[in-house]
Design a protein. Structure first.
Length: 281
């Protein structure tokens, strides 16, 4: 796994998201969120972190809820060195949360995507900018997550105080406009469908963005693999790398979610990425 520069830090081109680890499934017809949580015990989470480092991944996007923060504290006390770009846990007081993150190899924090989009939909862009200013207190680069190309365009045109973007390849707001984050509402992802026509729209916006970008849901939350056999899945993964990375800048990255119960997805994704990258050189 080769690395890119992220504000002076070396970051693996692929970084690991947190949805499966925290039980957020977008393929509930195949694997429910409860199944993910049952598999991802504290020991299995830390085992996944160790395996990440063994394979050459060096950065993750953990959720800053107290449980995950405590596990990462333990992991680092045991010698783990993964870098963290934090997704804020919005039900928690953010000043309290930031105090707990300062000593955890933190290299960035970003405005959580669904919260961004809810505020955008309800006329709350001033609150987004207020939140961004607050997270500046952490002393690390501050990003903006969104599922809307229009939000990135607005941020760029108005000069929001943002260092990087978390850009979703899929519009998870279809049918959920005006709803707050599931962290607050408790609403599950059941019935949420991702459409392939969303992807080129976001990618077209990202062609013109000069700030660093972390693309996420590059595999449509696993939905693009439904009904495919092993070899077909591997071809889909390689095609997704080509689709996304052929548009992103050389120093941009992608975040992937992995569920390790049934196969070593961390290894598979790394091997296929390395093969794809070698073919592009």
């Amino acid at each position: 796994m080769y690395t890119v520069d992220f504000f002076g830090r070396k970051v693996s081109k692929l970084i690991i998201g947190d949805n499966p680890i925290t039980g957020h499934s977008y393929i509930t017809y195949q694997t429910t969120g409860d199944e993910m949580k049952r598999y991802y015990t504290a020991e299995n989470i830390k085992a996944a972190y160790r395996h990440l480092e063994e394979l050459g991944y060096n950065t993750m996007l953990p959720l800053a809820d107290p449980y995950i923060v405590r596990l990462i504290e333990e992991y680092q006390a045991e010698g783990g060195n993964l870098q963290c770009i934090w997704q804020p846990y919005m039900p928690m007081d953010q000043q309290v949360s930031m105090r707990s993150l300062k000593a955890l190899n933190t290299i960035g924090i970003y405005h959580q995507g669904t919260t961004t989009d809810y505020l955008y939909e309800t006329g709350g862009t001033a609150k987004i900018r207020e939140n961004l200013k607050m997270w500046r207190e952490l002393g690390v680069p501050v990003g903006l997550g969104t599922h809307y190309p229009e939000v990135i365009e607005l941020s760029e045109s108005e000069g929001w105080d943002v260092d990087f973007y978390l850009a979703c390849m899929q519009n998870a707001r279809r049918g959920r406009t005006g709803e707050e984050s599931g962290f607050l509402t408790g609403k599950s992802k059941t019935g949420l469908v991702f459409y392939p026509e969303d992807r080129p729209v976001m990618l077209d916006t990202l062609r013109h963005v000069k700030k660093p970008v972390i693309a996420f849901k590059i595999f449509a939350g696993g939905q693009m693999f439904f009904g495919l056999d092993r070899d077909q899945i591997r071809e889909k993964i390689k095609a997704a790398y080509e689709e996304v990375f052929s548009v992103l800048k050389p120093n941009d990255m992608a975040a992937i979610g992995v569920f390790q119960r049934d196969k070593d997805q961390l290894l598979e994704n790394m091997e296929l990425f390395d093969a794809w990258a070698a073919g592009r050189r």
